[in-house]
Write a protein that binds this ligand. Structure first.
Ligand SMILES: C[S@@+](CC[C@H](N)C(=O)[O-])C[C@H]1O[C@@H](n2cnc3c(N)ncnc32)[C@H](O)[C@@H]1O
Length: 229
């Protein structure tokens, strides 16, 4: 694999992002009972038609957290094939509970570095990418760990098919300003709002991190971009 394609076993992720945390009995049970059915290896996404058993638009949520937006997306767009990628095991358990409860058969999960998985896919192969409330990494020396930074934004733009959508949200105003600069500077993307921030997408319910931010008095900034043709 070349550097551009990334590697599924990204060591940096193991160091910087929390994988384990307090897990409820229900989340652990879901991991034990449903991982075999719904948690797939990153390599499986190289042939999405085989993975899902059908040819359909492909949507990916990076860092789905507890899975609220992902399961809402699965319910709203049953004709899409959806993939949620995260590394936080209690969240994977929570998302599995939501998937099983909602009887969603159009969504799978991956426990992996989403940057590496997206980078490994061919150009113009993704129809929509969602990045909701990514870790803000407020310290300047940690900014390179952010998901929305120029290098990975260029990768996302390349992997989206022309007309494909990138939807992003944050509750951290300083990160929102940087996101706007980074997204506006990416030549492969056009701002659906013309300029500035976008309205909240119908597809996004209030997520776990969003509700935490709202409780702390944070605002919410949404972004919607289309991959240029
Ligand atoms: C601040 S939380 C937001 C979760 C969710 N989107 C929400 O709004 O509640 C960020 C999530 O991104 C995940 N994450 C961070 N870096 C990641 C990466 N490189 N690949 C996959 N998941 C990642 C974290 O584990 C965490 O669940």
């Amino acid at each position: 694999m070349t550097d551009d394609q990334g590697s599924f076993g990204d060591k940096r992720l193991q160091v910087y992002v929390r994988r384990k945390g307090r897990i409820t009995k229900g989340q652990q049970r879901a991991l034990d009972e449903y991982s075999t059915r719904y948690v797939v290896a990153p390599e499986a996404l190289q042939t999405p038609q085989t993975l899902f058993g059908r040819d359909a638009p492909l949507g990916i949520e990076i860092g789905f957290g507890m899975g609220h937006a992902l399961t809402a997306w699965a319910a709203a767009e049953p004709d899409w094939n959806l993939v949620g990628i995260d590394v936080y095991q209690p969240g994977i358990g929570a998302a599995l509970l939501g998937i099983v409860e909602g009887k969603h058969d159009n969504v799978v999960l991956m426990e992996a570095d989403a940057r590496a998985v997206v980078a490994s896919l061919p150009s113009a192969s993704i129809d929509a990418l969602h990045v909701f409330f990514p870790d803000p990494w407020p310290k300047a020396r940690h900014h390179k760990r952010r998901i929305i930074e120029p290098e990975f934004t260029a990768v996302m733009a390349d992997r989206l098919r022309p007309g494909g959508k990138l939807r992003v949200a944050t509750d951290i105003e300083a990160y929102a300003q940087v996101m706007l600069e980074v997204l506006e500077a990416e030549p492969g993307l056009a701002n659906d709002a013309g300029s500035g921030f976008a309205p909240r997408p119908n597809l996004r319910p209030i997520t776990h991190f969003e509700s935490r931010g709202l409780a702390r008095g944070h605002g919410v900034w949404d972004f919607a971009y289309t991959r240029k043709g």
